[in-house]
Ligand binder design. Structure first.
Ligand code: G3P
Length: 220
């Protein structure tokens, strides 16, 4: 299962990339608005730091402008994936960008039918927002279950990128269902990393080792 970081924070990206667990990045206009600095500098910096796919979102809303913006974003680096919103214009842009050899990620997906259309249009990634569905009382994970089945039935190549992840259990559920990718805010990745019993166990090992050192005058 691939793990992407859902952030535009250079600090967080550097930290987790150094840990070797980050396969790619997703950003969106909201995430970029939370950072200091010029948006273009931030995007270029992320593309430089990360070897895997970096998803950068267009803000244009009509097909031609989306294509033009996508082509501009793609110039930031070979690993750029152009994020396109799930609209009719968006799907037309997906097709046009695909014809130019540019990979896209269709975002703001809230139903399996939307994802099916995005896959048919040629998106490399489809991004269902499961947390936002949970927030309004719909089970977000149902879409993941349906999509894994539908894409398998018909051999669609688009990868299912589980977005709007709210907690580590979402990650486990997505993994059990066979989703290709989860994109996680840095806090969720931090929560996956730790367990109170790990901290407790380590502190016991270290204090016991202190006793060994003292008893044997052993200084390691
Ligand atoms: O990847 C999409 C994600 O950023 C949306 O997450 O938490 O704003 O619903 P959220």
């Amino acid at each position: 299962m691939k793990i992407f970081l859902d952030t535009a924070s250079i600090e967080s990206i550097k930290k987790f990339v150094d840990m070797g667990v980050v396969d790619g990045i997703t950003t969106n206009p909201t995430l970029i608005s939370r950072e200091k600095g010029h948006p273009e500098d931030i995007m270029r910096e992320i593309v430089k730091i990360v070897k895997g796919p970096v998803n950068l979102e267009v803000v244009a809303t009509n097909t031609n402008d989306m294509v033009e913006e996508g082509l501009r974003l793609k110039k930031f680096g070979e690993n750029v994936i152009v994020k396109i919103p799930m609209t009719m214009d968006g799907l037309m842009a997906v097709r046009k960008l695909k014809e130019k050899g540019i990979k896209t990620n269709v975002t703001l997906i809230f139903s399996s039918n939307q994802a099916l259309l995005a896959a048919k249009a040629g998106a490399s990634y489809v991004s269902p927002f499961i947390g936002r569905l949970d927030d309004v009382g719909q089970d977000g994970m149902t879409i993941i279950r349906e999509l894994v089945q539908i894409f398998k039935n018909y051999g669609y190549q688009s990868e299912i990128l589980v977005a709007s992840v709210r907690h580590p259990i979402h990650v486990i559920e997505a993994g059990k269902l066979g989703a290709h990718i989860v994109t996680l805010p840095p806090e969720i990745l931090g929560k996956m990393l730790t367990h109170p019993l790990t901290d407790k166990g380590l502190s016991l090992f270290l204090s016991d080792w202190e006793k060994v050192k003292k008893e044997h005058k052993y200084n390691i």
